[in-house]
Each structure stands twice: as C-alpha cells, then as structure tokens.
Design a protein around this ligand. Structure first.
Ligand SMILES: [Zn+2]
Length: 198
C-alpha cells in the first residue's frame, strides 16, 4: 500500500467544509454497490490511485501518457475528469458532470459532485469510475481496447443487475432458508453457490 501513497496534488488539497467530506463518506458507505466499488471511489477521492503520474514520482515508470486517450499525462484528475474517453462514456450514460472550476482542488470538486447528485446519479458515477479504471487496466496491461459504446453497455448492464438484485431481496423473492431436496426419479441435480450468467 505504501507504494500508492503518492499524492498528485500536495498543495491546497484541504477540504473547505469538513462536514461535507463526512457527508460524502456517509453517502458512499450507504450506497447500494459492491464494497470493491465503494473502496475504489474512496481511493479516487483521496488520490490513492496508482496512476502513471504517481508511479513516475516513485521512479517506477518513465512514460506517463494516458493509455486511454494517449493525449495527456495520466493523473487522477485526467482519468476521472478530463480524459476524452471518460467524457464520452459519462455523456453516453447520462451522468451530469459538474461544471465547477477546473482549478478547484480535486477532493473539494468530487465532494460537491457527490453531494449535488441524486443517489442513483452517484451510484452510476461510482460504477462508471470503477468500469473506466477496469477499462484503463485492460488497455495498459492487456492491450485490449474497447469502444465507448461497449463500456457504456457494461455499465448499464451492471447497474441493471444491481437494481434487480436489490429489488429481489426487497420483495422477498429470495428465501432466507434454502433446503436441498433430492429430485424424483433418475435425475441428477446440481446445486452451486455462484453467480451464473445464462
Ligand atoms: Zn486520457
């Protein structure tokens, strides 16, 4: 973890309203998304992402060019605010991104973005950031490049899956106690505890 401690904006990154940051975290931990996506968003707020900019400051890489757009250097602010690919994806899924001052410090900007969004908007934003980082890793490590519409399709499908799962658990369609029963006749029955994509 110590490897990722480098901050991209060491000056002036204090939050103006500590209560706003506290409210943001409360919203984040209460969001109906998998833990890995919550933690990922927390890392973005706190600039604890191993971007190429951070890795270069630790002398671990030389080239800091964003692998996604190959136009600017890869920082947290670039990947999750300025990258053209990100903008196209967010526009495609209908996430309204803040128009606040580009010079505003990163944490403050993201806090405002979270607090100004609806719960659904925030959830979509968190899932999008996670999907975009996943996409960036696929390009950087595997040289697999997906199109904007493919990433949008993935985000929408993921969002739908989460909503359906929470809807099922709310309506009580998932029984609390599942008891295995042997099938009748010469039928072999498999039970497995895993998510299954038909
Ligand atoms: Zn980029």
């Amino acid at each position: 973890m110590a490897l990722y401690k480098g901050k991209e904006y060491t000056e002036g990154n204090n939050i103006e309203q500590p209560q706003e940051l506290s409210n943001t975290y409360t919203r984040l931990w209460g969001l109906n998304i998998p833990n890995k996506i919550r933690i990922h968003f927390w890392k973005i707020i706190n600039e604890s992402m191993p971007t190429l900019w951070v890795l270069k400051s630790q002398k671990l890489v030389v080239n800091t060019l964003c692998p996604v757009c190959q136009v600017e250097q890869e920082s947290v602010a670039h990947l999750f605010r300025d990258c053209d690919f990100l903008k196209q994806v967010l526009e495609g899924i209908g996430v309204v991104s803040s128009t606040s001052n580009i010079d505003q410090n990163w944490k403050q900007r993201l806090v405002e973005e979270v607090l100004n969004n609806s719960i659904t908007g925030f959830r979509l934003l968190a899932i999008s950031y996670w999907a975009l980082w996943y996409n960036r890793n696929k390009i950087y490590h595997e040289e697999i490049r997906e199109q904007v519409h493919e990433v949008i399709g993935f985000i929408n499908a993921y969002m739908l899956e989460i909503e359906q799962l929470s809807g099922l658990s709310r309506s009580g369609h998932i029984p609390k106690h599942i008891i295995w029963e042997p099938p009748e006749g010469d039928i072999i029955k498999f039970n497995f505890d895993a998510s299954f994509n038909q």
